[in-house]
Design a protein around this ligand. Structure first.
Ligand code: GRF
Length: 196
């Protein structure tokens, strides 16, 4: 059973998809801990509802970002996490953090990388940019996190149609439901089965 640590900052719908797929057997794994960069993240409530140890680690509570990351790493180690999944996690992880989890940090991004990604492209901003550009197809990407922002080897992608009249909120919901919540659990199961 793959031990999964999940890092969040907000609503946690991707976390919920991982939990649900672990519980219904589509992921041979279990979420062993959830770490949020915000105390207010609804994802913490989702974790507690499933009796998953949940922690808020805020950079502002520490002298340096490095100390905050050290706290995150110690939580992941305490729970024996074998992979760390950043799912709606808005804090940038340092190269040192990634090096502590070589090839075992994966990220979900709500676009077809290399479009609409990198610094400043997060949450609704990604979908606003897609609408502004007028793309007819967008989607989501799961990739291994490396020391860059939304870079690293791509694991899975799934395309989603942009429909006339879409608002950023409507498009975000469609990308989440039709792409993110499908390919993130799928990618985790590939790791659980040793396929990647
Ligand atoms: C999602 O679109 C995710 O891809 C992005 O943040 C959004 C919030 O995700 N990184 P969640 O509902 O907190 O999982």
């Amino acid at each position: 059973m793959l031990k999964i640590g999940v890092l969040i900052s907000g609503g946690g719908t991707n976390l919920q998809a991982i939990i649900d797929n672990c519980e219904n057997g589509k992921i041979d794994g279990e979420v062993v801990c959830v770490i949020s960069s915000s105390k207010l993240a609804y994802g913490l409530t989702r974790a507690k509802r499933h009796n998953i140890p949940a922690y808020a680690v805020r950079k502002k509570d520490f002298e340096t970002p490095c100390e905050a990351e050290r706290e995150m790493l110690s939580i992941l180690e305490k729970h024996g996490a074998e992979i760390a999944v950043t799912a709606g996690f808005l804090s940038v992880l340092s190269p040192e953090f990634i090096r502590n989890f070589p090839g075992r940090v994966i990220n979900i991004h709500p676009s077809l990388i290399p479009s609409f990604c990198g610094k400043g492209f997060y949450g609704l901003k990604v979908h606003e940019a897609a609408l502004e550009t007028g793309v007819k197809i967008t989607g989501a990407t799961v990739h291994f996190a490396d020391e860059g922002c939304d870079t690293g080897p791509i694991i899975l992608q799934k395309a989603v149609e942009v429909k006339p009249g879409d608002t950023a909120e409507v498009l975000q919901k469609r990308v989440m439901e039709e792409a993110e919540h499908v390919i993130l659990p799928k990618a985790i199961q590939m790791i659980a089965k040793g396929e990647i």
